[in-house]
Design a protein around this ligand. Sequence first.
Ligand code: GLT
Ligand code: MN
Ligand code: MN
Length: 368
Amino acid sequence: MPDSYSPRPEHRFSFGLWTVGNRGRDPFGDAVRPTLDPVEAVRLLARVGAWGVSLHDNDLVPIDATAAERDRIVAEFKRACKDHGLVVPMTTVNLFFDPVFRDGAFTSNQPGVRAYALEKTKRAIDLGQELGAKIFVLWGGREGTETDACRRPDTAIKRLREALNQLCEYALEQRYDVRLAMEAKPNEPRGDIYMATTGAYLGLIPTLDHPDMVGVNPEVAHEQMAGLNFLHVVAQAWESGKLFHIDLNDQMPGRYDQDYRFGSANVKAAFWLVKFLEDVGYAGPRHFDAHAYRTEDAAGVEAFARGCMRTYLILKERGERWNADREIQSLLNARSQDTASDRATLAAPGLGYEQLDQWTMEILLGAR
Ligand code: GLT
Ligand code: MN
Ligand code: MN
């Protein structure tokens, strides 16, 4: 039964093919779910009420496909999206799975690897344009080290900058309507990844030849892995006009990259995040980059996908309630008239944040 927490296209919820298609493989255990054909994934996403589907080049087209196979697969996928009313808001490139990328793609010491990575990425951008995607994500999961004996890290940064400049040049030459969104992660699969946090990318972007074309795609779990407050990361990206895309999921502190269902681990952090995105009017995709527990079958995967969106919408409604709560608003504004100029008067009153936080908890727990 649809209710007020049911997803609608205007909510702009999207999922990667790799998320609902995740087979539950981990470093210690094999797949527990069968391969999900991309067309099947589109059907599933339409059924649960998603608006968009995103993909890596090789989620759709196998890395060794012939040109004819590629065209057939892409045409079939486009038709499935059209038939089911799904859009492709974002695409990306897989620069981490194949052994050729074992020591990075754009930052590799082997010029042949760097050239191959650049070509593969250009083809992936072409594919994105064919599917109508205006955002192209780059996650440099293999751009890192286990030992820093391999290269000077500033060399890696220079190589990365060079690659991004060439990709922007390519998009401009082709007159493509696309912007790049850089995704950071501190580690995993590499011991250390060069661009460890979104803040690192926000520092790199102004040094590029076409900084306007490049922004960020922060992921909840990745910043939490680095021990950061994700809301503050997102706020900085937003405030500098660089929040091009966002990866929503969840994570317990101090763990490996868990990619849990959105809001399932840190409800309060998820609440502030949803409230922020809604309050500022973020208009981009609400993209879930997560996967179902390894214990799940197809029904569990569906419950996972529905749960991501439903939790978002519940938190959105709680945020509206918070904003409309008179007591909360008056407590929040209580000190904004404090214009006294002497230290003692300014330092005297308590700020009421214990009460404010408790009221927040009560809204979240359904008691207010
Ligand atoms: C991979 C990674 C994600 C990235 C994807 C984009 S792939 O699953 O864990 O965080 O967003 O390359
Ligand atoms: Mn991600
Ligand atoms: Mn992740």
